[in-house]
Design a protein around this ligand. Sequence first.
Ligand code: HEC
Length: 128
Amino acid sequence: MHRAILCIPPNLLPEKSWRILMGDLENHFGDDASLDKKDEKIILDFLVQYSAEKSTKKASFKILKSIGNKDIIAITQTTYWKKKHEDIPKSVFLNKEVKSKANCKACHSDVEKGLIENDKIKNINSFM
Ligand code: HEC
C-alpha cells in the first residue's frame, strides 16, 4: 500500500476526498499507487467508515469545516492545515529528516493512530 495513504489517518479527510483519492490511484501525487480492485474496495470502505464525518476529534471537525465542499485530497491544502503550520519556517520542511509537508510522522509521532494532539508533537527546533 502506498505510504501517503497510510500516513494520514482516515479521520483527517472527509469521505468525498477519500473517494476522489481512491478513484485515481494511478495519479496519486505523481506516483502510481494502483491496487487490485478487491484491495481498493477494502481500503476505501475502511477510510469511509472512519472518515472525518464519523470522528468526534476536534481536528476532524475543523478539517471538515475548512474543506467544505471543495475537491481537496491533500490535507496540506486546507486553510486549517496551513494556519496550524504557518509559523513553522520553510527550512524545517526541507530538513532531511522531514523532507516534505506530507511527512506528518516526522513531527506527529502518533499520526497512524489518528492522534494529532499537541503533546505528541515533536519539538521542531531540532529540525532547524
Ligand atoms: C515539521 C513538522 C510538522 C509536520 C511535517 C506536520 N506538522 Fe502538523 N503540526 C506541527 C506543529 C509544530 C503543530 C502545532 C502548531 C501549534 O499549535 O502551534 C502542528 C499542528 C497540527 C494540527 C493541529 C493539532 C491541534 O491539536 O491543534 C494538526 C491536525 C496537524 N498538525 C496535522 C498534520 C498532518 C495531517 C500533517 C501531515 C500531512 C502534519 N501535521 C505535518 C508540526 C508538523
